[in-house]
Write a protein that binds this ligand. Structure first.
Ligand code: NAD
Ligand code: DAU
Length: 337
């Protein structure tokens, strides 16, 4: 039996990873540590709460005593760290919490991992640590780190700490760097669910700048299978890029959403661009494909359709999460645009 501490397992990607393990890997116990910030939601785990291979604990990765106690109590053998502040726009208005969670929180986990002799530490990172691409080329694992936002700077800092713990203390680790994820249960401040939610309510769709920025979209479940492969078969000390080989401009994605929902393009409203907005991300995933035999299982065209259908069928979930803190934040952000 493997006992995995999954942090941030009530968020968008972490909850998908937890569901994937519980559905497919009977020999794995998941201890799910999540502080349930505005982005964490236990509804994402409905139907999995009482699974005997799953235990949820509400708490922070910054709480060293809690982390140490949990590792002992549940005889944890590996850690997968999803927990983070993950939204670039929020990092531009409140960078401090990104340093606290993404840097200090990762450091806390690393200290515990070394002290408790954890077998594998997997840091879930992002392609944003590489900065922005021009019109050509792809991010490889050798691309120098060049983060541009407080969010990506905090993730790059965490990556460097993880590697330093491997080098200095012999911690067995992997880092995965993934492109933009889409799929069910994504908090509707990120572009795809935000545009779906707004279009459903005939609200403006706020497109930053010209909307010609490019992202490489990957289905969240495919990201989770990549993380599983790296956790179970990745060579210690290696970084693996994970991408969808699926570059789209933002405006292309937004127009597709409007057409699937039967809504008019007049809802599109170009607004002030994001400060320091990265123009293009695109991932070269050949290393994980060749070394671990992973590849995406769906095309964007088929899966985005299913994703839109999921949001249409789960308007109660959308309504529940699109309230409170999110609404205040959203209104503040857009009131002067
Ligand atoms: P998310 O914002 O949906 O979820 C983050 C989760 O972490 C939430 O459940 C939140 O409650 C929890 N959390 C925050 N602070 C915590 C703390 N101090 N202690 C414990 N839990 C805490 O994020 P996501 O989109 O699911 O991203 C997960 C990870 O994947 C992040 O590390 C992110 O940087 C990375 N990533 C995301 C994407 C993407 O497209 N969403 C792409 C590449 C990498
Ligand atoms: O590349 C991986 C990263 O992808 C992850 O590390 C981050 O955690 C994740 O949030 C995501 O970052 P982005 O900034 O690319 O995602 P977001 O959904 O915020 O924006 C996607 C693109 O859409 C980006 O170019 C900004 C644009 N956008 C976004 C919003 C929210 C808009 O034009 N309008 C919007 O309202």
């Amino acid at each position: 039996m493997k006992n995995v501490l999954v942090t941030g397992g009530a968020g968008f990607i972490g909850s998908c990873f937890v569901r994937m393990i519980l559905d497919n890997h009977d020999d794995t116990f998941v201890l799910n540590l999540d502080s349930i910030t505005y982005a964490g939601n236990l509804e994402n785990l409905d139907g999995y709460q009482n699974n005997p291979n799953h235990c949820f604990v509400k708490g922070s990765i910054c709480d060293a005593q809690l982390v140490a106690n949990l590792i002992d109590k549940y005889e944890i053998t590996s850690i997968v760290n999803f927990a983070a502040e993950s939204h670039v726009d929020r990092s531009l208005t409140n960078p401090g919490i990104f340093i606290e969670t993404n840097v200090q929180g990762t450091l806390t986990l690393l200290n515990a991992a070394v002290e408790k002799k954890i077998e594998k530490f997997l840091q879930v990172s992002t392609d944003e640590v590489y900065g922005s691409l021009g019109e050509d080329g792809l991010f490889t694992e050798q691309t120098p780190l060049s983060p541009n936002s407080p969010y990506s700077a905090s993730k790059a800092s965490a990556d460097m700490l993880v590697a330093a713990f491997g080098h200095s203390y012999g911690l067995s680790y992997n880092i995965t760097r993934c492109s933009n994820n889409y799929g069910e249960f994504q908090f509707p401040e990120k572009m795809i669910p935000l545009m779906i939610n707004n279009a459903l309510h005939d609200k403006d769709l706020p497109v930053y700048g010209d909307g010609l920025q490019i992202r490489d979209w990957l289905w969240v479940y495919d990201h989770c299978t990549a993380i599983w492969e790296v956790l179970t078969h990745g060579k210690s000390g290696e970084v693996y890029n994970v991408g969808g080989n699926n570059e789209k401009t933002n405006i292309e994605v937004i127009e597709l959403i409007l057409s699937k929902l039967g809504k008019d393009k007049s809802l599109i409203k170009h607004v002030t661009d994001r400060a320091g907005h990265d123009r293009r991300y695109a991932i070269d995933s050949s290393k994980i494909k060749q070394q671990l035999g992973w590849s995406p299982t769906v095309t964007f065209e088929e899966q985005i359709e299913k994703t839109i259908e999921w949001y249409l069928e789960n308007t109660t979930w959308l309504k529940n999460v699109a309230s409170g803190d999110y609404l205040n934040y959203y209104n503040e952000m857009y009131e002067d645009r």
